[in-house]
Design a protein around this ligand. Structure first.
Ligand code: BES
Ligand code: MN
Ligand code: ZN
Length: 497
């Protein structure tokens, strides 16, 4: 989809969207058009529920010879018009255009009094939102019905001062590439995306200046990653440890480490999952997808920070060689683990990836993302990811980044009384507690046993947000790429320069 920014034309034609403020306040262009069409805009508002509230739309058809469709776009209260709201408006317009089969649409960004954003910034974020919403994973569709095909080819954003909008948008374009890259990874079927092919795709980031290193099973064995290797041992596909480095910050600055769960397919292993819905477990690599996407974004915008990312990539399969419930494995940290349930595999691969990150890179902070537990969906639904951390400042930075870009987090508790639930009779710990109670917390406690003294650590359980059954204004249904923009924002606001 093409994006253009242009100055006000002499007259509008085609499909045009104009801003209306809260309480039915048409902004400049809406007022001008209303006069041209004999007051129809105001009459249409009065004949409907449309008030100009944030993200409301009302479309008028065939208003004049040259205006095919006129969409009134509610921008709501001016002081609430922030970048995320602007993105939502752009997304709505893209969705409308596709639903009605339009190829082009013009959005008019009139100056809004009372917002902190300039028209150029609003315009750039409107365009970003439209692009993000217009994503589609169509690679395997060979015979689309016309009504299912997205039609929108171009959005033109009209404003006074398009040059500023162009500059602002250019800075946002790496976001689009990174989000789409992550959504593609998450959407790919598990016969196409497996540990080796995932790692190969990440190699593309070399072009942007990311150093990409891939460790295979032999190297991981030498490092003593018995816990990670145990999960992959029932699979025909070789497990991989993907290590990415973006070291563009001051030499003296310790890196931030990002860790991702990359189970390219989770059958549960010998503790096999039920058949219904098992296909969803292709996106059990959503954490790794987000972390890899974040690296792409950091490199794409040449972030002045030191960031490393490590993805534990495995396939969890039942097999004659698969690990059994009852097996005891030794992690790279030296701690031993009794594997009670082979379906609690995420923590088993993450503990080795986290240990490796700390041994090798001595990070100042470590943020790990994983589709770790069904229990977090029971607790938080699909609105927020669970946040577990040993460090309140880091938690607050993450939450602030999340609310700015619309990837919301909710902090969950940790503590010794939860921790003892994973003590084992025969090993240092077991990988699940006895019951299901507090399942997300006991999973986080397990991970915390692999955090070294003094390292600020956060675990984001993204099981409920990595995939969306309904989508939202800037995300079509399917892979969300949750975490890509959150991590980028975290770095931009706290660890750059
Ligand atoms: N990948 C799943 C968690 C999951 C469930 C992600 C639903 C997304 C949607 C994870 O590996 C898993 O199987 N967790 C188990 C843990 C249990 C065995 C303690 C779960 O949540 O049931
Ligand atoms: Mn599992
Ligand atoms: Zn899993």
């Amino acid at each position: 989809m093409k994006v253009e920014f242009s100055a006000f034309p002499k007259a509008f034609s085609g499909n045009v969207a104009v801003f209306v403020g809260a309480d039915k306040q048409p902004l400049a262009t809406a007022q001008v058009i209303d006069k041209e069409v004999g007051g129809t805009v105001v009459r249409a508002m009065n004949a409907s529920r449309f008030t100009g509230a944030k993200a409301q739309t009302l479309t008028l058809l065939g208003q004049s010879g040259s205006l095919a469709r006129l969409t009134l776009l509610g921008v709501g209260k001016a002081r609430e018009l922030d970048a995320r709201t602007a993105e939502g408006l752009g997304g709505l317009i893209a969705a409308e255009a596709n639903a009605s089969g339009q190829k082009t649409v013009t959005v008019v960004v009139d100056p809004v009094k009372g917002t902190r954003l300039s028209p150029g910034q609003i315009a750039a974020h409107v365009a970003l939102g439209a692009r993000l919403r217009n994503y589609r994973f169509g690679r395997y569709k060979t015979k689309d019905k016309p009504e299912q095909k997205p039609t929108l080819e171009q959005i033109t954003v009209v404003l006074a001062g398009p040059a500023e909008a162009r500059r602002a948008y250019a800075l946002l374009e790496p976001t689009i590439d990174a989000v789409f890259f992550a959504r593609d990874l998450v959407s790919e079927p598990p016969n196409v995306l497996y540990p080796v092919s995932f790692a190969q795709r990440a190699k593309e980031l070399t072009k942007l200046g990311v150093k990409v290193e891939i460790l295979g099973e032999a190297e991981m064995k030498k490092l003593g990653m018995g816990s990670l290797l145990g999960v992959g041992q029932g699979s025909e596909r070789e497990s991989q440890l993907l290590v990415m480095r973006w070291m563009n910050g001051p030499k003296s600055q310790k890196p931030v480490a990002l860790i991702g769960k990359g189970v390219t397919f989770d059958t549960g292993g010998i503790s096999l999952k039920p058949a219904g819905g098992m296909e969803d477990m292709k996106w059990d690599m959503g954490g790794a997808g987000a972390v890899t996407g974040a690296m792409r974004l950091l490199a794409g915008r040449k972030a002045k920070a030191n960031v490393i990312a490590i993805c534990a990539l495995v396939e969890n399969m039942p097999d004659g060689k698969a690990q059994r419930p009852g097996d005891v494995v030794k992690s790279m940290s030296g701690q031993t683990i009794e594997v009670i349930n082979t379906d609690a595999e995420g923590r088993l691969i993450l503990c080795d990836a986290m240990w490796y990150a700390q041994e090798k890179f001595e990070p100042q902070a470590m943020v790990e993302l994983s589709t770790l537990t069904g229990a977090i969906i029971v607790a938080l639904g699909h609105e927020r990811a669970g946040l577990f951390s040993n460090n309140t400042p880091l938690s607050n930075k993450l939450r602030a980044a999340g609310s700015l870009i619309g990837e919301k987090l909710w902090r969950m508790p940790l503590g010794p009384s939860y921790d003892k639930l994973i003590d084992s009779e025969i090993a240092d710990m077991k990988n699940v507690s006895n019951g299901r109670d507090g399942g997300s917390i006991t999973a986080a406690q397990f991970l915390q046993r692999f955090v070294k003294e003094g390292v600020a650590w956060a675990h984001l359980d993204i099981a409920g947000v990595a995939w969306s059954a309904k989508g939202d204004n800037t995300t079509p249904k399917g892979a969300t790429a949750f975490g890509v923009r959150l991590l980028d924002r975290l770095i931009a606001d706290n660890y750059e320069r």
